[in-house]
Ligand binder design. Sequence first.
Ligand code: AMP
Length: 112
Amino acid sequence: MDCIFCKIVNGEIPTKKVYENENMLGFYDVSPQAPVHILLIPKEHITSAADISKENSLVVAHIFEVASKLSKELNLSDGFRIVTNCGESAGQSVKHLHFHLMGGRNFSWPPG
Ligand code: AMP
């Protein structure tokens, strides 16, 4: 499968990692939209949030647990945002489930 995030998981494409365990990976976004912009992904290929199921959802809970931990380590106590874009109309450009953890600036609501 020609998936850029699977290639990152396999080490074929280099990234600046911030967290890794057997199930998930956290690395800096190559095109940051905030002073802190990290992507948290399952190592298993899950296409999007629409493909989260009873069988694979444990890693999603783990990703949020790590997001909480990283928010403290990266001094995001003022606030941060976790976003997952799902599908074309939401602007998902990489078809491997990922959560953007962003902080270090103010965010508007609703998002554009
Ligand atoms: P989305 O548009 O929500 O699918 O987010 C995909 C994100 O992946 C974008 O913010 C990209 O900047 C980021 N991205 C794409 N390729 C890489 C890469 N090789 N390393 C780090 N981040 C990447």
